[in-house]
Write a protein that binds this ligand. Structure first.
Ligand SMILES: [Ca+2]
Ligand SMILES: [Ca+2]
Length: 210
């Protein structure tokens, strides 16, 4: 009888605890997914973690390669911008020929090509001469790099300063007419003539492919 009273008392206390959420609640209570009250404030930051592992050493060789590639790309983009005004292009071997199809004196032609990171056209073989000739058929007479400005009769490549090895002078040329002809042009038939550097002629620039 006493035991029955004791068990009954324990059950009553347990049920009461669950119903009132008192701190004395027992394992007999069923957890409910309810929340009461607001979330507390964020706690202070935790202690600093352990030092990480040392990373792999930088690949300086690869970095140098990438830097060089970036410089090459920058130069290509810059050259593209400078060469936009050239309207006619042709490739022969490792050279590109280009012209804006306007006429300038020799000195201005040199400047035009230089500003585009190029050189005044200077054919060094029959093949290059023919390729250039295709342009000259369109543009009319065009300046070449060959000249004898330094020493009369000694023709050299303006771009390199070296004596010219290939020539295609028209018959009777160069004649240094009136002792004033130190520049040269390609005529519309592909042959060369020496002429005054102050005459306006088509400018064809050459660009060497990398
Ligand atoms: Ca001359
Ligand atoms: Ca002449």
């Amino acid at each position: 009888m006493h035991s029955l009273i004791l068990i009954s008392t324990i059950l009553i206390v347990a049920i009461w605890s669950c119903l009132t959420e008192e701190p004395t609640k027992t394992n007999l209570c069923i957890e409910k997914p309810e929340r009461y009250g607001k979330e507390g404030r964020e706690g202070p930051p935790g202690p600093k973690g352990d030092k990480g592992e040392t990373g792999r050493p930088a690949d300086m060789h690869r970095i140098t390669e990438l830097e060089e590639e970036i410089q090459t790309l920058k130069l290509s983009v810059s050259n593209l911008g400078k060469r936009m005004p050239f309207t006619y292009w042709s490739r022969y071997g490792q050279k590109m020929f280009a012209t804006k199809n306007d006429t300038l004196i020799f000195k201005e032609g040199i400047k035009l090509c230089k500003e585009a990171n190029g050189e005044i056209a200077m054919p060094v073989s029959a093949g290059e001469n023919d390729a250039l000739w295709q342009f000259v058929k369109l543009t009319g007479g065009a300046y070449l790099g060959v000249n004898d400005m330094k020493i009369e009769g000694q023709y050299e490549d303006f771009n390199t300063g070296n004596p010219v090895m290939f020539t295609n002078w028209r018959s009777g040329e160069p004649n240094d007419h009136q002792s004033e002809e130190d520049c040269s042009e390609m005529k519309s038939d592909g042959t060369w003539n020496d002429l005054w550097c102050k005459w306006s002629r088509a400018i064809i620039c050459q660009f060497k492919l990398i």
